[in-house]
Design a protein around this ligand. Sequence first.
Ligand SMILES: [Mg+2]
Ligand SMILES: [Zn+2]
Length: 240
Amino acid sequence: MAPRETRYSALVDFDGTIAPDDPTDRILEQYADPAWRAIEAEWQAGRITSRVCMQRQAALLRATPAELDAAIRAVRLDPAFNGFVSLCRRRGIEVTVVSDGFDRVVGGTLGRERVALPFFANALQWQGGDRWRLALPYGRADCRSGAANCKCAHSPNKGLWRDERCVVVGDGRSDFCMAMRAGFVIAKGALADFCRAEGLAYASFRNFDDATRILAEWLDRRDQRPGGPRPAARGGKACP
Ligand SMILES: [Mg+2]
Ligand SMILES: [Zn+2]
């Protein structure tokens, strides 16, 4: 099937979504000073933003690049993610991976699996020896998700709310701001709770077998509706 005229975009989270085992947490468990857990608890209690949390945790990593890359080689992708990407290619949807984790992890894993997709993540910079710092090229002080990587800044339709040409797939708090921009959200975990509370159009998924079926059904309903996608509301620039 040829790509449709209407160009859709899909913004897809990495940790807990494409990579179901939360690789950032696994890497911190393996290599960070144990103080990372107290920082995680602060974030879970809502006392610090993910932006602050991620920078402090990255500074506690104690791994050489070779050690870190060995852990990255063990990161598992959802085996059905490739099928989701194929559906998107057939239906004219541009897929972008947006992660509040480490670029070395996202890029290394997608590269190993030969998944050729653009991605945006926080920049993990080696400081020599076993030390690291996290730079935030996509951070925004006013991000409503408090994310290190303000994900809604990567939407091609930044000025719009509830844009039916934008679909989001995710599971957590870092996905909140981009979910507000999307016309449809495929969600689990805290993101599903958020969509329910905010009255966003969403469907629950467990894995990419579900997500692929849900997206195909959603596209079919869009295609059958006369007049195509409803116009989105104007909503200023990315975040808040
Ligand atoms: Mg996630
Ligand atoms: Zn944001």
